[in-house]
Write a protein that binds this ligand. Structure first.
Ligand code: ADP
Ligand code: ASP
Ligand code: MG
Length: 815
């Protein structure tokens, strides 16, 4: 004999019920079946709601009852022939009238007792039973409906009754002995010895099926639900969760105990006693393999089998010197809780015995608090134990697996992954079976934590990185196309998935948790984006709370640079091509770097100097390996170099500047380049990264630009006026040419002093020969004393800058 159980979603609609009929028809060819079903999906919750409303004297409960009636009647209309319909409707109507009376009673009393609540909740299964069992019969699957109350006997712990297995087994064996056809039993409901209706707890239909399977020594228990089986995590939260084909009873118990709703946790015991295998199957995909739960789980080489979570818990902590070395404190605590029927989910005790912390369901917090305070009243009064400390809004995430005990460092790995994503661990416990590590975190972080841990333990091969991108000018736009081009390659070859989840320019901002579709992003940003507000951007980013987030700033905006502190503080890495933060006051630069370290995230700005050239990285590696940089000579402005290289005989200076602008080699305001300001910022950053404390004001900047020009109000005015100075610049050019030199804008750092300015370089200088928009950096260090280490190459342009930003992002992803 086999027992098949169908959950709420599986019987939620007439279409679904027909799927169930099909499955049962196939299965009943080979063996007699016991079929257990839940209430139609959502009905139990509606019943609870109607009870709550009625209990508050709110007549709206009536509309909920109509909704329930409507749901069942419309199923009947679709499932049965006309003659049959009225017959079943009469039966259903009788039950519904009883439901009406109960709710009316609650409404008049303005109170709902646990006993009444159980009775109320039973209607879901009682109603669905009539429809489903009759659907079998009309489809020529002879089935006898047997009332669960005549089979399953419990105590009177309403809401979560305890089964009396001796009586139940006897009942089942006796009553089912002579039944030849299939048997239909409602899930969830039972009866006490004095014939009061009880329930087995929310989700209890699974348990009903397991109790029956155990009582009849079934060859198999099949639980048919709305997912493929037990997965590595709840697929509704972790989209990359995958099916577990085989689990041990203990693993299944542990996962379900810690919240994996796919099996109601008491379900495992009855089948475990008898060694009956359990198969979890998807009603909507009957051909998928499902999960087999039996004595031996599979050894798939992974220590962690699955992840689960309990959403709402409270932590209660008892602290005090009076607890040290005193025997029996823990025993008294647990006895007090057990007498009050509080289920303790989680316990940790410091080895000093100075504190005991327990985790319980938030709904039991009040009772638990009262029970503990009563038990330790004397000690609390005498000050030996402090008043009970209570924390709410917490959740537990649990790692479960039989092989965890053989694997070291799992907790460490979990904590470091959680920490890197800014998730605070409030408490941990590891069961003595070492089959479970439970971690208490803030409830708001559950989604992120499960995904972080899932990536860490199950999908270390595919890592997802989420980008919040501000600035879609030249660099930003190029970066987006580079990411788009590399997406498949990175995913396939490097197991790295880079998703842009937010985009913004100065006008609009756009968010999409699942990644913005990049094919038409410009249009989407304009049409669907909301008005850009940088503070709101940060707020939404925080609320989205996604793992492996990186904030990317491709603006030249001071106000955006001003946000980094907030971003890093939320444990989100920052990648900036914007130079403003790294060249701001030294205190701010230092602060941001320290904060990144403290939060275990990165603040990277390689492209601040030399675009994509590996300059900062080289300096960092030298410093880390013990070298000391004493002197730097550099041509750091790709823009100025482009300008002076193209400023040849017959070309006017103003035209070259325009060309540089048009080709995207300058800052939006070219005066930032021409003034030497940009170069000064860069040498400042190089000095700082080399380990020197330096401020912008300490850099000598001898500008070659006429002051009046630089003071023009707008870029446009500047460009117009620049034409009038063409002769002035031509004179400069001519002189340099006569001396056999080239004009180079050079930055120097030596013995703590830095200066920038236009120089005439003769052919002996390394920076004499410098093409196009190239940059060059000469680093003189203890190890490179006579001959400097030289980094040279294209140092401006959207392409190389974007690829430098991209490289920074990848280095964060690969951490
Ligand atoms: P039924 O109504 O069939 O009893 P439930 O809603 O009680 O179904 O249980 C199935 C649900 O369990 C799934 O839809 C899924 O959201 C949730 N779930 C939680 N953890 C897991 C997990 N590890 N594997 C599969 N499903 C899970
Ligand atoms: N209908 C009950 C509930 O919603 C029992 C079950 O579905 O297993 O909790
Ligand atoms: Mg269920």
């Amino acid at each position: 004999m086999k027992v098949l159980k169908f959950g709420g979603t599986s019987v939620a609609s007439p279409e679904n019920i027909l799927k169930v009929v099909e499955i049962v028809k196939n299965k009943s060819r080979n063996s007699q079946l016991i079929i257990v079903a839940s209430a139609m999906g959502g009905v139990t919750n509606l019943l609870v709601k109607s009870g709550e409303l009625a209990g508050k004297g709110n007549e709206k409960y009536k509309s909920i009852l109509s909704e329930i009636e409507q749901k069942h009647f419309s199923a009947i209309d679709q499932l049965f022939s006309y003659e049959k319909q009225s017959d079943i409707k009469v039966q259903i109507k009788q039950v519904l009238n009883e439901l009406d009376d109960i709710c009316n009673g609650i409404f008049l009393l303005r109170e709902i007792f646990p006993k009444t609540k159980d009775f109320l909740m039973s209607f879901g299964e009682r109603l669905s039973a009539l429809i489903i069992s009759e659907s079998f019969n009309v489809n020529l699957i002879p089935t006898k409906l047997i009332d669960a109350r005549d089979l399953i006997i419990t105590d009177e712990n309403f809401g979560n009754a305890n089964v009396n297995f001796d009586l139940t087994n006897k009942n089942v064996q006796q009553r089912l002995k002579n039944v030849k056809e299939n048997i239909f039993v409602s899930g969830f409901i039972a009866s006490s010895m004095s014939r009061k209706l009880t329930t087995l707890g929310r989700g209890g239909s699974d348990y009903t099926a397991s109790i029956l399977a155990s009582a009849v020594d079934a060859e198999m228990l099949e639980i048919w639900t709305d997912v493929d089986g037990v997965m590595t995590a709840d697929p509704n939260i972790v989209s990359s969760a995958y099916l577990l084909e085989k689990l041990s009873y203990e693993e299944a118990m542990e996962l379900s105990h810690f919240g994996a709703k796919v099996i109601y946790s008491p379900t495992i015991n009855p089948v475990l006693w008898k060694g009956i295998p359990v198969l979890i199957k998807n009603t909507f995909k009957p051909d998928t393999k499902g999960t087999l739960i039996c004595k031996e789980g599979s050894k798939n080489g992974k220590p962690v089998k699955g992840l689960s979570r309990i959403n709402k818990i409270s932590l209660l902590t008892l602290t005090g010197g009076g607890m040290v070395g005193v025997t029996g404190v823990a025993a008294r605590l647990f006895t007090a809780l057990s007498l009050s029927k509080v289920n303790v989910i989680f316990i940790t005790q410091a080895s000093s015995e100075h504190t005991i912390t327990i985790g319980i369901d938030i709904d039991e917090e009040g009772i638990a608090r009262e029970a503990i305070t009563r038990e330790f009243e004397n000690e609390i009064e005498l000050g030996k134990i402090k008043a009970l400390q209570v924390e709410h809004d917490l959740s537990i995430v649990a790692l479960v697996g039989d092989n965890m005990k053989e694997s070291v460092g799992l907790s460490g790995k979990s904590f470091s992954s959680l920490g890197k994503n800014g998730i605070n661990v409030r408490a941990i416990a590891q069961g003595s079976t070492e089959r479970n590590i439970s971690i208490v975190i803030n409830r708001k972080d559950v989604h992120k934590a499960l995904n972080v841990l899932h990536e860490r333990f199950f999908l270390s091969k595919l890592k997802k990185v989420h980008l919040f991108l501000i600035g879609v000018g030249n660099v930003g736009e190029t970066l987006i196309s580079q990411i788009q081009e590399q997406y498949e390659y990175l995913k396939k070859e490097h197991k790295l998935e880079i998703k842009i989840v937010a985009l913004a320019n100065s006008r609009k901002m756009l968010f999409n948790q699942n990644a913005i579709n990049l094919t038409n992003w410009k249009k989407t940003l304009i049409e669907e984006g909301e008005v850009m507000d940088r503070f709101k951007f940060i707020e939404i980013m925080q609320q989205m709370n996604i793992r492996n987030s990186v904030f990317v700033d491709n603006t030249a905006d001071e106000t955006i640079a001003g946000l980094y502190h907030q971003v890093l503080d939320k444990s989100i890495s920052v990648v900036a091509s914007n130079k403003i933060a790294a060249s701001s006051e030294y205190a701010n630069y230092l602060n941001l770097n320290m904060l990144a370290k403290q939060k275990n995230v990165k603040f990277l700005f390689e492209t601040n100097v030399g675009a994509g050239l590996p300059i900062l990285k080289t300096i960092n590696d030298m410093v880390k390996s013990g070298d000391k940089i004493s002197k730097i000579q550099a041509v750091l402005s790709g823009s100025l170099n482009f300008i002076f290289n193209n400023f040849i005989k017959g070309v006017s200076f103003s035209d070259v500047v325009k060309q540089a602008m048009e080709e995207g080699y300058t800052e939006p305001d070219p005066r930032i380049d021409l003034s030497g300001m940009d170069v000064a910022r860069k040498i400042l950053i190089l000095a700082r990264e080399s380990g020197y404390e330096m401020e912008m004001s300490e850099i000598n900047n001898s500008s070659f630009m006429p002051k009046e020009l630089m003071e023009k109000d707008t870029v446009k005015e500047f460009l117009t006026a620049l034409k009038d100075y063409d002769a002035y610049f031509e004179k400069m050019r001519h002189e340099a040419e006569n001396d056999d030199t080239k004009l180079r804008y050079v930055a120097e750092f030596d013995k703590g002093n830095a200066n920038v300015g236009l120089k005439k370089a003769d052919s002996s200088k390394a920076y004499y020969q410098l093409d196009g928009k190239d940059n060059i950096v000469l680093l003189y260090t203890n190890r490179y004393k006579e001959q400097p280490l030289v980094v040279k190459g294209a140092g401006a342009g959207a392409d190389v800058t974007a690829s430098g930003v991209f490289a920074d992002i990848i280095s964060i992803a690969n951490q």
